[in-house]
Ligand binder design. Structure first.
Ligand code: SF4
Length: 365
């Protein structure tokens, strides 16, 4: 599926999920529940699992949250990463509780000796550490007005910590260099990628709401992914984290790096449109996200949903299934051939049943 060869980075395992080394880019997200309330946190993680999240991170702002790591882990299927700031003893407790990966922030985790204690424990537990640099927590960044200098500050902060880990023969390292400015972020990742081959966790931090954040993240991550940089992604949105996972798959699918299982081709609508296509396509997306096993397909099922027959047959020819709107009923296509008619209220159920048939037959029929 990949239309270009990715940079060869070191392969590391996070609770059995492999990041790096040219393996498929891993989709991550982060809970926004209170980790002290482990049951609500588990509920959110289960919703993230349903939409294909492959590693989930929880924030551990206090010891009480760290004590919940093992309870959360027991109740979820995907690997659990812990986000720790300021207090390295919380990270030590998370390791004791069986966390699968640690994220520490060089801007606030403290002195070299504290990091050294953490490294030793992570090594014993065989868990990787992400050096997660964030421009917002590095005072030095603000001393420089230009993006190039800021990018260098991010890289230097990461390299300082990377060297401490390496000194202890610890190489299960993931690095992120996030800023809310795309140019700074891209420059930082490019510089780091030229220095070390540790897998890179990509993200544009504090990117905003679903709409603006998805666009900003796609612009920033798209530049790097197309440039063969990146092994795992987290799209940060001010929204339900489930949306982060959906946006990540959509972005990766548009670059042919991952498949979300379905690709919907739909027209922008115009005065010829004879059905409420905007609502129908939105309903279809929601239903598709809940179809089990869809993401297991290496190639997405292509669905054309068109407002009228002008472009419908043309687009449908290239699609697995398609419907083009007509006055009272849409024309149904399969592999480019007309096979029947469907009333507007039945578009989504009909397409869903065709997708499920395809999945159960697992053939091109
Ligand atoms: S497919 Fe038909 S309804 Fe949709 S934009 Fe084109 S002409 Fe308009």
């Amino acid at each position: 599926m990949e239309f270009y060869k990715r940079n060869q980075t070191r392969k590391i395992s996070v609770g059995g999920v492999v990041i790096g080394g040219g393996t498929p880019i891993v989709v991550q997200s982060m809970t926004n529940t209170n980790t002290k309330d482990w049951k609500t946190t588990v509920k959110q993680i289960k919703r993230l699992e349903e939409v294909g999240c492959e590693i989930v991170r929880v924030s551990l702002p206090d010891m009480e949250s760290a004590y919940n790591v093992s309870k959360i882990k027991k109740n979820i299927k995907i690997p659990l990463a812990a986000d720790v700031h300021f207090d390295y003893t919380i990270a030590l407790e998370a390791i004791k509780q069986g966390v699968d990966k640690l994220r520490i922030n060089p801007g606030n985790i403290g002195s070299k000796d504290k990091i050294e204690i953490l490294v030793k424990e992570a090594k014993k537990a065989h868990i990787p550490i992400r050096i997660g640099v964030n421009a917002g927590s590095l005072k030095e960044v603000r001393k420089f007005p230009d993006n190039a200098s800021r990018a260098k500050v991010l890289v230097n902060a990461a390299m300082d910590r990377v060297k401490i880990l390496e000194k202890h023969d610890f190489f299960d390292i993931v690095v992120s260099l996030k800023a809310s400015n795309i140019d700074t972020t891209v420059q930082a990742y490019k510089i780091f990628a030229s220095k070390r081959n540790y897998p890179l966790h990509l993200g544009i931090t504090e990117s905003g709401s679903i709409f603006n954040g998805a666009i900003k993240s796609s612009a920033g991550l798209g530049i790097m992914l197309y440039d063969r940089i990146g092994d795992t992604v987290r799209v940060s949105l001010t929204a339900d984290p489930v949306e982060e996972v959906k946006v990540a798959y959509s972005l990766l699918q548009s670059l042919e790096l991952r498949s979300s299982g379905i690709e919907i081709i739909s027209c922008p609508t115009c005065s010829r449109t004879q059905v409420d296509l905007i609502k129908i396509v939105s309903d279809m997306e929601k239903r598709a996200a809940t179809i089990k096993d869809l993401r297991k397909l290496s190639k997405p099922i292509k669905i054309a949903m068109m407002g009228c027959v002008v472009n419908g047959p043309g687009e449908a020819k290239d699609a697995d299934f398609g419907i083009a709107g007509g006055k009272d009923a849409g024309i149904l296509f399969k592999n480019g051939e007309i096979i029947g008619k469907v009333k507007p209220g039945n578009w989504v159920p009909k397409l869903v049943s065709m997708i499920k048939d395809r999945l159960s037959n697992n053939s091109e029929d």
